[in-house]
Design a protein around this ligand. Sequence first.
Ligand SMILES: [Zn+2]
Length: 395
Amino acid sequence: MQAEVTRHGHSQLEAAMAHLSDLIGFDTTSAYSNLEIISHIETFLTHWGCETTVLPDTSGNKANLVARLGPKDVPGIVLSGHTDVVPARPASWASAPFTMEQRGSRLFGRGTCDMKGFLACMLAAVPAFSQGQLSRPFYFCFSHDEEVGCQGAPAIARYLAALDTPPALAIIGEPSEMQLVTGQKGKVAMTVTVHGDGGHSSFAPQHVNAVEYASRIIEMVSQRSRRYEREGPFDHDFTVPHSTALTTLVEGGIATNVTPDTCRFTFELRSIDQASAEADMQALIADVEQALLPEMQRQADKAGIEWRELFSYPAMSDASDTDIFKRIEPILPDRGGKVSYGSEGGVFEIEGGIPSLIIGPGSIRQAHKTDEFIEIDQLSQCLTFFDTLNDWMRH
Ligand SMILES: [Zn+2]
């Protein structure tokens, strides 16, 4: 347990728990506005001497927040987390999802683990960060819409990259049980609509069967995945050590005796950092169109394949070779490999040129679940790490 006492006379851990309770109280499901939580956080950070910048999105309903503490002419360290959470169905929860509840050593509530626990620790540490002189600045970043495809983070990354002195490293607080994660897969999710030419099924050869053409595309997706498994590239730090591809949703046809004229399906490509999901997707689309479009259109002019990208985010590559990593490594937690879930790390790296790591409290196994919780000890470990980081920022 963290015994250190802040200026307010509360222990830092108590402060983190109080902040977390406040943050859970904002229902920031990605479908809703996050402006209230951003304003709540901004008020607190301004009080402790941070210079804040709000970056609204084009709808005006969402915003990112960037706050700097410390000198602006020295490369700093980013601590970043998303403010949105995945939906919760209150009826299936043991306690109200947007009211934090402590039961034993655990704090329950939507977002306790993913990832308001990290945000709460950041806020609880700010009074200590703001004491005396920092030699390097902190950039505290709070994004919108991470859970629906990292939509907010690109604007933060571009804002930071455009500063006279951009930050040197970003620490993304996704739940990693406070282990150091040095890689994350990239992903592209795509919805495909195959347009054929329908009719009475007894005239099958005269029509373009959209379901059958969709099944041939699905087979090409599956073949690609088997090729990744066989040929790599491989990185055994990932639990699944290669890229993957799979189809996840299919719908098509209207009746047993009608040749279907439409079939829609969704698939994803997930890539390790030596590959690019975007580039692989373009190659797959070219292969499919070359193999199938001519014969489809020979039979029916209106036949075709429509591709709609649902979302994409880049992989986060291993920052271990960078100078900043080598300097900060002595204070970083133990390595916990690389992860196959998404994070904003790849966005900071690709959009902002800022090498990134994942270190955050809580376990990804509790994220996105009914009765989501975080162990109080995880918050405590995060605060201890911030304490060490605070010392490092001063020399
Ligand atoms: Zn998250």
